[in-house]
Design a protein around this ligand. Structure first.
Ligand code: DX5
Ligand code: ZN
Length: 217
């Protein structure tokens, strides 16, 4: 059955304190960590890669790690991320020639498969591969930076997926916070990424609880 899951993005946290910032989010009720990997090519920004994720994993053994791979060659980092004990490898389909092959490799490496699409990519493009995926990520900003404005016009994509796939995990990412969560919930998203909306909050625990309550049916 569908469960609401709150996954803070640590992109706009104090990355010099990655471990303690992540642990604080988990202690305050995060269901998973959403780790934004950028290569400066697929998106116009750089963050971190598998060496950092592996170090974080060595400090945080239990939590569910999702890496959001905003990279031009997602097929290149599957084994490294599996070695870092990433639980779910969510990659963009736009730059990938053979999506099905990458899905298979991710699964063979022991990770769950997430398929992500940018705002300009039609939902039909990802629907072709849904049988192979554990989750679909509908971006609600252009990927690359935290703190951008939520694109409400992405909600029809979520709604269409939800109508056609009642049990699919559907994730939204970008500008999701207390003021936009109701749109996401109404459209049918159940995995909720929120970056600045949580990181900048005085009371992270209260915000994550409110986000989760908004999505819980
Ligand atoms: C954007 C990233 C998001 C981002 C979310 O490219 O994929 O995960 O950090 O941050 P907010 O919630 O601030 O938009
Ligand atoms: Zn993300």
């Amino acid at each position: 059955s569908l469960r609401a899951q709150i996954g803070p993005s640590i992109l706009n946290a104090d990355l010099s304190q990655l471990h303690s910032e992540s642990q604080k989010l988990l202690d305050n009720g995060a269901d998973y960590l959403h780790l934004d990997v950028m290569d400066g090519h697929f998106v116009p920004n750089l963050t971190f890669g598998h060496p950092v994720v592996k170090c974080l994993r060595s400090k945080i053994k239990e939590a569910f790690f999702e890496t959001h791979m905003m990279v031009s060659k997602p097929e290149q980092w599957i084994n490294e991320m599996a070695d870092a004990q990433v639980d779910q490898y969510t990659f963009h389909i736009e730059p990938v020639e053979d999506v099905a092959a990458v899905c298979r490799k991710v699964r063979e490496a022991g990770m769950k498969v997430g398929l992500a699409i940018k705002p300009k990519t039609p939902v039909e493009a990802v629907e072709l591969f849904i049988e192979m995926a554990d989750l679909v990520l509908i971006m609600t900003v252009e990927p690359g930076f935290g703190g951008q404005k939520f694109m409400e016009d992405m909600m029809p994509k979520v709604k269409r997926l939800r109508d056609n796939h009642p049990l699919l995990n559907i994730e939204v990412d970008g500008g999701v916070a207390l003021n936009t969560i109701d749109c996401c919930a109404k459209a049918g998203a159940n995995w909720i990424v929120s970056g600045t909306g949580i990181i900048k909050a005085q009371d992270q625990q209260a915000v994550m609880k409110q986000l989760k309550d908004s999505v819980t049916q």
